[in-house]
Design a protein. Structure first.
Length: 73
């Protein structure tokens, strides 16, 4: 039966696969759902890091700032 979401196969070393299986068992989750959760969290962390770097580049000293009220007049 086809699924609407694409599937991705990942190969881990035996030690890593064992650790993931152990964590999944401890958290009462399937191995696939644990790997999906960890992957999404890693993507979120990378996005935060990227946006932080972008904000640092845009941040300038001695610029005029506006209050919320001033902006939305």
């Amino acid at each position: 039966m086809p699924t609407k979401n694409p599937r991705i196969n990942v190969t881990f070393e035996a030690v890593t696969a064992g650790l993931l299986a152990h964590l999944a068992h401890q958290e009462h989750k399937s191995l696939a759902s644990l790997v999906k959760e960890l992957t999404l969290k890693a993507l979120e962390i990378r996005e935060d890091f990227y946006l932080s770097k972008m904000a640092e580049k845009l941040d300038q000293k001695d610029v005029k700032t506006y209050s919320h009220g001033e902006v939305w007049k």
